[in-house]
Ligand binder design. Structure first.
Ligand SMILES: Nc1ncnc2c1ncn2[C@@H]1O[C@H](COP(=O)(O)OP(=O)(O)O)[C@@H](O)[C@H]1O
Ligand SMILES: [Mg+2]
Length: 342
């Protein structure tokens, strides 16, 4: 039995929740999903990997919920339950001392939403909660010199949000979080197929198609896949051939919105730091960084070099992990990097 407070980092993403325990590293990485009984929200039937397994297989008796939407809490009770489940899974129930938890949130999340995250973690069993802005954690996790007097730029393309930030001297200088990410691309593919083919496909198929086929820039050599879905004009299943050119068309708009967010931040970047960014380039993190040609697209649109971080979807948790291993940094981070709730 431990008498010290365990220290945990949690990347509470719209798509995935990742948990880091001090001294042990990443111990959990599962989808941010809960399956509940349709007639009783308190009756949680599956969480994380188990919930994802049930996705698309649920009957009317079960409902799949993503408690985090667009980077903030959409369902407080289910977020609390999900956190409680993951905390127990990470450190067990034997700890008599409640854990200190470092959680990432979208940049510039409004105070009321930040408070909700803090409270959900406290109700789920945290002793102290530290909130870290996601792009700051991602910058640490991608190995950028965030504590030095050098400007670095991070663009984290997650499931629900894209977080863009300039970091320097241990804090965020300018940041923007827009509600555009991988899920919007999935939705755009669903809508395109509905419009052009009168066919309905599920979220899971849309995500698979995006990962397999979609691209941020037109390809010289296109590819195609067959997709199965439900005919909207007759009560039957049907299938279509879907090309990478169509996938490109479908996700064009969300990709443009990401460019707009980056421009917004660049326009507000102090000139000295802007010079650093032109030199050091943009660092892409988050699962969406792996969208085909995303790096090339941003570099072409903005004329700035772009590098995809190593293991981009792990950058946030590795940054939180670094802070968890060096808790003294949490008291010295600049105003923008942190808020703590006792
Ligand atoms: N190879 C890929 N190409 C395009 N998108 C991807 C790829 N791999 C993962 N993604 C997308 O990245 C998103 C999840 O990224 P992640 O950083 O884990 O999100 P969050 O932190 O918001 O939970 C999902 O929308 C997923 O579909
Ligand atoms: Mg992420």
């Amino acid at each position: 039995m431990a008498f010290f407070a365990p220290e945990i980092g949690i990347d509470l993403g719209t798509s995935n929740t990742v948990v880091y325990v001090r001294g042990r590293g990443v111990v959990i990485s599962e989808p941010t999903m809960v399956v509940i009984a349709s007639d009783n929200k308190r009756n949680v039937r599956a969480v994380g990997d188990e919930a994802k397994f049930l996705m698309g297989r649920t009957s009317e008796a079960l409902t799949l919920v993503r408690p985090i939407k667009n980077g903030s809490i959409a369902d407080f009770d289910l977020t609390e339950m999900l956190l409680r489940y993951f905390i127990r899974k990470a450190i067990g129930v034997s700890h008599v001392v409640k854990p200190k938890i470092v959680i990432s949130v979208p940049a510039g999340l409004p105070a009321v939403n930040r408070k909700a995250v803090t409270e959900a973690a406290q109700v789920a069993g945290a002793k102290t909660v530290y909130l870290i802005e996601k792009p700051f954690a991602a910058a640490i996790g991608s190995g950028l010199p965030v504590y030095e007097p050098i400007g670095s730029m991070v663009v984290d393309v997650g499931g629900g949000t894209t977080d863009v930030a300039i970091v320097s001297l241990g804090g965020i200088v300018v940041a923007q979080s827009v509600q555009v990410g991988g899920s919007k691309m999935d939705e755009a593919i669903i809508n395109y197929i509905k419009r052009e083919f009168n066919m309905l496909i599920g979220d899971r198929t849309a995500e698979d198609v995006k990962i397999d086929l979609a691209t941020a820039m037109p390809l010289a050599e296109g590819r195609a896949v067959r997709i199965r879905g439900r005919d909207l004009l007759s009560p039957q299943a049907m299938d279509i051939e879907f090309t990478s050119a169509q996938a490109y068309e479908a996700i064009k708009e969300p990709c443009r919105a990401i460019i707009a967010a980056i421009k917004w931040v660049l326009e507000r970047t102090p000139p000295e730091l802007a010079a650093d960014i032109m030199r050091g380039g943009i660092h892409l993190t988050g699962g969406g960084a792996q969208l085909f040609a995303m790096d090339q697209f941003i570099a072409t649109e903005l004329g700035i070099p772009v590098a995809i971080a190593k293991e981009p979807e792990d950058c946030t948790i590795m940054g939180l992990g670094y802070l968890v291993e060096n808790m003294q940094l949490l008291t010295s981070i600049g105003r923008n990097g942190l808020t703590a709730g006792e």
